[in-house]
Design a protein around this ligand. Structure first.
Ligand SMILES: Nc1nc2c(ncn2[C@@H]2O[C@H](COP(=O)(O)OP(=O)(O)OP(=O)(O)O)[C@@H](O)[C@H]2O)c(=O)[nH]1
Ligand SMILES: [Mg+2]
Length: 183
């Protein structure tokens, strides 16, 4: 009987944390993608959370009361909590601080500005280094070819050719297209 209640209690208080790290070189559209993901996560998480979030937003927008920030809206039981952390790493040299965040990641989303082939070499250099990192061996990798709304944006097939990432063969990965502008 004790183990039954203990199991139930554990189920009720358990949290599922899912770590997603979003990386890229500068001006790829990471911040816009994060805000989109945040929007969708909140919507998908749970209708109740969505409703509370909306109320908090309305509270902030239409009254003098400050609404709870979305990461402070805690569900009672059985839902995942979305916590978005952003890290601004402008100069090239600061990319080494990414490593601090590698350990816990389940998914790494690497955002690339698909409209700017002149920067693909830079991107390739960074992603190859990333792929070799031992802490990321188990993580699912998503390469997000962003800015598809621009006429210069290359397709996934072209990006794959440009990058020629041999190391990807042994990895769980997917290429996806995106546009931070049209969502
Ligand atoms: N056309 C277009 N522009 C985009 C898209 N995503 C981002 N941008 C623009 O690209 C610029 C950089 O976007 P951010 O989201 O700030 O990029 P970032 O990767 O966070 O940039 P840093 O923080 O400087 O590394 C901004 O001017 C955005 O408006 C997109 O999908 N399409
Ligand atoms: Mg940014």
């Amino acid at each position: 009987m004790f183990s039954l209640f203990y199991g139930l209690w554990k189920y009720l208080v358990s949290k599922t944390e899912f770590h997603v790290l979003i990386l890229g070189i500068d001006k790829d559209g990471k911040t816009i993608i994060i805000s989109l993901l945040f929007h969708y996560c909140i919507l998908l998480c749970n209708l109740c959370i969505w409703f509370v979030t909306l109320l908090e937003k309305l509270k902030t927008q239409y009254s003098n009361l400050e609404g709870l920030p979305p990461d402070r809206i805690v569900p009672t039981v059985g839902v995942n909590i979305v916590r978005i952390e952003t890290l601004n790493t402008k100069p090239f040299g600061l990319r080494s601080i990414w490593e601090k965040y590698y350990e816990e990641e389940n998914v790494v989303i690497f955002v690339v500005d698909a409209s700017c082939p002149s920067r693909f070499e830079d991107f390739k250099f960074v992603i190859e280094k990333l792929l070799m990192h031992e802490d990321l061996q188990g993580a699912l990798l998503i390469i997000l070819a962003n800015k598809q709304d621009l006429v210069d944006a290359v397709s996934i097939e072209e990006l794959v050719q440009y990058l020629d990432l041999k190391k990807l063969d042994e990895r769980a990965y997917t290429f996806e297209v995106a546009s931070g502008y049209d969502g």
